[in-house]
Design a protein around this ligand. Structure first.
Ligand SMILES: [Zn+2]
Length: 424
């Protein structure tokens, strides 16, 4: 028996009475960790994989079919409603609805707790969650309708989760064009237009121009926002566009030759604004810059940092050259150890050593615990030969040319100095 979809008749009804037609335990070995539960529950963060794996909870998971329901199932790219059920009677406990799926017009509720078959139960849909989804979905219709009428593109991939909405349009739009649609969508919201739901007959449908026109068995539900959109849709919508509050594009990216647009509507847009304002205020205070000038302040700070880094490298180079000048010129096979040094300074050091020293000149940066980065140069030998020895003795990594090698290794300063002393 098909489930009567109360949410199609009244999106604002959240409490309903229904009869339990079936209630079957979901067994752990029947893969309770099935796609239906995990996908939604994990995204909804109401129940985690661990919880599902917990046998105690798993033993209480049932799949319930009612004669009618206000719970909207996962359908058409939209995540399912949340809520609870309870049996009639004073001390009946609440049964949490974990997931809602539709299979050939039969709506299956996955719930945490057993319900008696044949009994009457009350269902309570989480209104805040439902209404937020309604705001997103109606907003999406306006946006997609405007894109369709302005550019002729279709929304070929719609996804409405608890955290956002994405729409994939099969044609490219510029940032300016997307902003223009965003502005028009917000105009539609302020016009507070009535959203109409109709069930036209087959003949009328044939003639009608609407989005998502595919052959659907049974009645087709048409959601119309006069002047903006007409689309076949099964989901709950707001009664008037004003309830959407606002629509904001939060991200766009090129996608399969078209564009993926992410939007937020209503209270979710407000929450996003609050979060972003908090971030900007913190950054503004940290930079001692007005909120609208934070990007400029970061740019300035970045260029100052680059200049300081360059100064630091210059100072390190002077210092290392001074150190090298204090070495005895006639020494062969010299090496230096430093805690921290840029690759550029390391090269300067090796080149400086090679000017006054024969044999192998090496610089090792790091420490005995975490290992060393090294560069070794020579003007009268083959650095790769020393490299082979370092590889043999210390499993050193790296390589290079006869005049210079570089790499990294794990060894002690004492052992490395010993190699330099003894290598001929
Ligand atoms: Zn829709």
């Amino acid at each position: 028996m098909n489930t009567i979809k109360l949410y199609e008749q009244d999106a604002y009804q959240t409490t309903f009475k229904a009869r339990v037609l079936s209630c079957e335990e979901v067994r752990l070995n029947e893969k309770i960790v099935n796609k239906e539960i995990t996908n939604n529950e994990i995204t909804n963060k109401r129940i985690t994989n661990k919880e599902i794996a917990n046998e105690e909870i798993a033993n209480k998971v049932y799949q319930v079919v009612l004669d009618q329901t206000s719970f909207f199932p996962e359908e058409g790219g939209q995540s399912p409603d949340r809520g609870t059920m309870r049996e009639s009677g004073q001390d009946a406990g609440l049964v949490r609805v974990l997931n809602v799926q539709i299979r050939k017009d039969v709506i299956v509720h996955t719930v945490l707790g057993k319900l008696e078959v044949g009994q009457e139960v009350w269902g309570d849909v989480d209104w805040k969650h439902r209404f937020y989804n309604m705001q997103q979905h109606s907003g999406e219709h306006i946006f997609s309708g405007l894109v369709h009428s302005t550019f002729g593109y279709d929304n070929v991939g719609f996804h409405l989760s608890d955290s956002g909405v994405t729409m994939d349009f099969n044609g490219a739009m510029t940032e300016e064009q997307i902003l223009q649609i965003e502005g028009q969508a917000n105009e539609a919201i302020t016009k507070n237009i009535e959203v109409l739901v109709t069930y036209p007959g087959k003949a009328e449908l044939m003639e009608m121009d609407y989005r998502s026109k595919i052959a659907i068995e049974g009645q087709t539900r048409i959601v119309t926002i006069p002047g903006y959109d007409r689309c076949a849709c099964c989901a709950p919508h707001v009664q008037r566009t004003g309830e959407i509050g606002m629509l904001k594009v939060v991200n766009t990216q090129n996608y399969k030759g078209g564009v993926r647009v992410s939007i937020l509507c209503g209270f979710r847009a407000l929450a996003d604004y609050q979060e972003k304002l908090t971030q900007v205020s913190r950054i503004s205070a940290l930079l001692s810059a007005k909120p609208e000038l934070t990007a400029d302040a970061v740019e300035k700070m970045k260029s100052e940092l680059t200049a300081v880094k360059q100064q630091l490298i210059g100072a390190k180079q002077s210092l290392i050259i001074q150190k090298i000048q204090q070495m005895t010129d006639s020494e062969r096979n010299v090496c230096m150890f430093e805690q921290d040094m840029e690759a550029m300074v390391m090269r300067v050091a090796v080149n400086t050593m090679m000017e006054t020293h024969g044999g192998y000149c090496g610089i090792f940066v790091g420490n005995d615990e975490t290992g060393y980065h090294y560069i070794v140069g020579t003007k009268d030998g083959d650095a790769r030969e020393l490299g082979n020895l370092l590889r043999e003795r210390f499993q050193a990594k790296g390589g290079g040319k006869p005049e210079m090698i570089q790499g990294s290794m794990q060894a002690s300063e004492k052992d490395i100095r010993e190699v330099f002393r003894s290598f001929v």
